[in-house]
Ligand binder design. Structure first.
Ligand SMILES: [Zn+2]
Length: 91
């Protein structure tokens, strides 16, 4: 199951307070539908799950703990970046 990051493709979080780009605590509320398969002995397990809704409620910087300075910026390789810095993506 894909994780709910709250980010569109080509974007990432940036902490405006300390410059952190890589480590965040992302808290989300998610609704998941599972195919629950129970055998005749009564033991069940989820064989399939689909997230039907996900909403990010808070993002906190892992370095400085800031929650109100988190920005969403384009990743270096994104084509539709606003042109803030033109360095080519290196992988
Ligand atoms: Zn920070």
């Amino acid at each position: 199951m894909e994780l709910a990051s709250g980010l569109d493709p080509g974007t990432r979080y940036r902490c405006g307070a300390c410059g952190n780009l890589t480590r965040f605590d992302v808290e989300s509320v998610e609704r998941v539908r599972r195919f629950w398969h129970v055998d005749l002995a009564g033991t069940g397990r989820a064989e399939e799950e689909v997230r039907t809704e996900a909403r990010v409620v808070s993002v906190a910087c892992r370095w400085c703990g800031s929650t109100d300075a988190i920005e969403v910026v384009a990743t270096p390789g994104a084509h539709d970046s606003t042109g803030a810095h033109g360095s080519p993506a290196t992988r």
